[in-house]
Unconditional design. Sequence first.
Length: 157
Amino acid sequence: MDTKHHIVEVEDYVKYHINLAKICKKYYNREQRDTLTKLEKELLILVLDEISEIKEISKGDSELMEAGKKIEDMSFDINMIGLYDEEEDRKITDYLKTQYKLELAEEEGLKRGMEKGIEKGKKQSKIEIAKKLKESDVGFEIIVKTTGLTKEEIKKL
């Protein structure tokens, strides 16, 4: 697990993006409903709210009907009712998203700070070189070419 970003990762895995909204849209479109794949139906029964819809989508497939029955049984199980608190889940999800955004912003801030520090260091190095060249009575044109500083910057040294 990448504890910094709360992502579980292993060496051998395939990552899929599943658009549940698109599957639901396909289900609610009567013309496309018959084209749902078994995987789409399996995912769909996990998000449908109505037992009647779960029964309809799983009709004719023993595995889906069994899963639908388990979902129905759990819906009326006194020990299961109230285990999932949508508001609490939303708060946790929002908190994790905020933490992730803060971490990304911190990383970006550090990156920008490092870049500015490097640029400042380069400029300071050029100034030090220009000072030494100036002390050695090297002409302005050579110092300008060597350091990239302007004549005005060199005169201020």
